[in-house]
Write a protein that binds this ligand. Sequence first.
Ligand code: FUB
Length: 327
Amino acid sequence: MTKPVQPNEPIVTHIYTADPSAHVFEGKLYIYPSHDLDHDNTSNDNGDQYDMEDYHVFSLEDVNAPCVDHGEVLHVKDVPWAQKQMWAPDAAFKNDTYYLYFPARDHEGIFRIGVATSSSPSGPFTPEPNYIPGSFSIDPAVFVDDDNRAYMYFGGLWGGQLEKWQTGTFVPDAEGPAADAPALGPRVAELSDDMLTFKAAPQEISIVNENGKPIPAGDEDRRYFEGPWMHKYNGTYYLSYSTGSTHKIVYATSQSPTGPFEYKGTILTPVLGWTTHHSIVEFQDKWYLFYHDSSLSGGADNKRSVKFTELKYNEDGTIQTIEPYGN
Ligand code: FUB
């Protein structure tokens, strides 16, 4: 693409892209999104319409530059353990290596999380032959802390199968908690030094209200649904996520990367399309929210496009709510 990108406009228009994970690598902004395909599969709560097969990587020299497509960097046919549905990925850098983390359904139809490596942020990525042992569900987000310890946050309800792992093993017909019971939290696992396995079994993150009480499952305006993201601002850990059925990006904060996290408010009000999924990154002294909507496809839930906008903090560290289409 040769046209400079614009805030709140699709930054990629030759293919559909979603679930953007943005990182600054080697002085550039790299974006690792899902690649939505232009098909009309049946739409259902199981997410069958999100039938993606590969990943492309994109980069921006700055936020006024054209968005560069580095092409296909990984295809499901090259991942021995994966069968289908390459959903929201993330990337990380450590040990002079770039890591691409991605969920997919295995050959039994169970979502697992895999990892692939490259010497370049733009790939191509070589997958590990097996998924990360002990991984499950979807939407990995990997955060490397200032002390160089790395954590993976993950999990998603409904099609993402998080409800089915409440006992620690996969129970195909398991339902979520009752409306007045604590909502299911995302999971966090510290990664081993080689970034290829979990150091210990994933733990559930608790998200609480201002009185320290867990957000209940029936509080769909605030409870965790999918799409976790972790960033640190002025020493505080910010866990942001999608509320799914109420279509918001919200956040909670903690003094520890593993929580508990206290709910704080809304970052992004609903966009066009059922899903909402984001990342937050500091680049050239400003903070940005990367997100997606279905505007380019005229509202098709499974044909989304990545956008970005500036994100601003108040003096007390709270985040100003963003209206994607203005007030
Ligand atoms: O793109 C497929 C799924 O839709 C993602 O994994 C979710 O976060 C939602 O955006």
